[in-house]
Design a protein around this ligand. Structure first.
Ligand SMILES: Nc1ncnc2c1ncn2[C@@H]1O[C@H](COP(=O)(O)OP(=O)(O)OP(=O)(O)O)[C@@H](O)[C@H]1O
Length: 363
């Protein structure tokens, strides 16, 4: 028959996927007891998504059932001290105290973040084309380029030389988004000179992102697409804590190194209580312009589906590496508008249809 110490040691081996730390060390598992052949413990998780809570509970349960003499496990679900109630708005990192309520953007019905673990995988390309494809389907779409340090959306949408109008002063300031390709967009790239470096610290970055969320005249929008910077930094945390979201899309290439980063990004969203809507694999195969029937798996294959499967989320699209995508991005005319018949454009349009059907309802 196992002892309480053995039960605790077994639970100590169960880790939080995001930080890699033990659940016991994090204080999420408490009051482990044994009654006859039953193990009981209290699970006090911060506001994780349901799937993440289920996974943690299942792993802890399995760890206990593997012990000799334990035939049943009972879990008491507890709200973490000072944290947000489990299953409510669902944000908060363990033990960090009460976070402010998420605040919706007036007139904006849904927010979808486009994220990637590492740079250069095509996150901005996906965000911009997805926004254009959703607009082409008749939805009212906004695009917030939250990649403050490397804003690419203005170039990809051909508006890098435009400057949004700003009215009012201080907290009353209101920026009018730029209208292009049927969408309304704002970006740091519209506010700084080209080639000017952006060197900001966290609090300033949070401030500008909050301004982009709440001090822009977004008007009535069925959906706001947020193009996040790569990685798991301040911008992701600010957005995830500030605004209620339909969820996040994770963009990755099939490459293993890209996958490891994408996993971290995915875990961060789940930890913040933000649903992951699915994975988009970009650059799945290269289609040469002079041999459009050929396919080359330049970055390997199967990475996107592996990531999606691991996380229990859908693989939303597998988009090829094609010349018109890059050309459209450089020329300021996204491929869904410049080459709507291309395989990539059809992939983006199908992605938009899927997301629309599952998460968006026009006003
Ligand atoms: N499917 C594709 N086919 C061809 N070119 C692509 C494709 N996806 C992205 N690209 C090109 O790859 C480059 C990087 O794409 P993009 O800027 O969208 O990546 P990113 O992940 O947003 O990068 P970062 O986060 O570093 O800004 C761009 O020149 C873009 O045009």
């Amino acid at each position: 028959m196992a002892s309480v110490e053995q039960a605790q040691a077994a639970l100590n081996a169960v880790q939080d996927a995001g930080s890699g730390r033990s659940l016991i060390e994090l204080g999420w598992i408490q009051q482990t007891r044994l009654v006859d052949d039953r193990a009981l413990f209290r699970l006090a998780l911060p506001g994780f998504a349901q799937s993440q809570r289920d996974r943690i509970a299942a792993e802890a349960k399995a760890a206990l059932l593997a012990l000799e003499g334990i035939n049943d496990v009972q879990i008491e679900l507890e709200q973490p001290s000072g944290g947000a109630p489990i299953g409510a708005a669902g944000h908060g990192a363990g033990g960090q105290g009460q976070l402010p309520e998420r605040q919706a953007i007036p007139g904006v019905r849904q927010v979808i973040a486009v994220s990637s673990g590492k740079g250069g995988v095509g996150k901005s390309t996906v965000a911009v084309n997805l926004a254009c494809a959703l607009a082409a389907s008749g939805l009212k779409v906004g695009l917030l380029d939250a990649d403050i340090y490397g804003p690419n959306a203005p170039t990809m949408l051909g508006v890098a030389d435009r400057t949004p109008e700003v009215s009012g002063e201080g907290a009353q300031q209101l920026m009018t988004p730029i209208e292009t390709c049927g969408i309304a967009m704002v970006s740091m790239g519209l506010l700084i000179q080209e080639n000017q470096p952006v060197i900001w610290r966290g609090p300033m970055l949070n401030g500008i992102i909050r301004q982009f969320l709440y001090q822009v005249a977004w008007g009535e929008r069925d959906v706001l697409i947020v193009d996040l910077p790569p990685g798991t930094g301040d911008a992701q945390l600010t957005i995830a804590q500030a605004v209620p979201m339909a969820g996040a899309i994770i963009v990755t290439t099939p490459q293993l190194v890209s996958l490891a980063d994408a996993r971290r990004g995915l875990a961060m969203f789940l930890q913040m209580g933000v649903d992951v809507l699915g994975v988009v694999e970009n650059m799945s195969v290269f289609i040469p312009p002079d041999a459009p029937d050929k396919r080359y798996a330049l970055f390997g294959s199967g990475g996107g589906s592996r990531l999606a499967e691991e996380a229990g989320v859908p693989l939303l699209a597998e988009l090829p590496l094609e010349m018109p995508v890059r050309e459209g991005g450089d020329a300021g005319r996204p491929v869904v508008l410049s080459h709507p018949e291309s395989i990539s454009a059809r992939g983006f349009l199908a992605l938009a249809r899927q997301l629309s059907a599952a998460h968006l309802v026009p006003a």
